[in-house]
Design a protein around this ligand. Sequence first.
Ligand code: 6GU
Length: 233
Amino acid sequence: MRVDVVTIFPAFFDVLEVSLLGKARGAGLLDVRVHDLREYTTDRHRTVDDTPYGGGAGMVMKPEPWGAALDAIVADAASRPTFIFPSPAGELFTQATARELSVAPHLVFGCGRYEGIDERVFAYAATLGDVRLMSLGDYVLNGGEVASMAMIEAIGRLIPGVVGNPESLVEESHEDGLLEYPSYTKPAAWRGYDVPDVLLSGHHGRVADWRRDQRVARTRERRPDLLPSDPSA
Ligand code: 6GU
């Protein structure tokens, strides 16, 4: 998968070199290219923002550098990319979204700062590929960089070969609408806390039943909105 990132803070993405995704890049499974939006400005001050038409607080990112950056990216692209613009005003990014996007050949993350990006950039991007405005949840971050990083990790780990044992992807939280069961390792007794007996029993059927019960119980406790019967969902 090819991933392009457009940002005024390229250094945010240095951490993609390390850990799981760094290995995926090294193995050729993930081709990540980070672009500094300021490289696509034409004025002496490398200006990326301006005051909003109609007034109001904050600054808006100018369309021209975005247009030039997106043009440069699609110029050497093999297919029409999917553009993802992180935004608290976007649709919710979920595990299902990550699954869907993990089979895309080419994603482009456009990281906005300030009060956002001139709306016409989204219309222009839609002439070059699919456009998705995506939110991580109901809170506000300062810009799209941290949100893009979260989405790149959630998507990237679903690409075949990136996570060593594919079975570890199956039973985890949010893959089937329930939270994950609790996990324990040795020692069986630690500082007065014991591992539940059933996990030491060697009885695979009872372990599976217990884990299922735990998943339902903690989902009801922590995330009742995930359960089909929740009237508040
Ligand atoms: Cl995707 N961007 C920003 N700036 N804030 C957010 C967000 C995204 N998701 C939640 N809050």
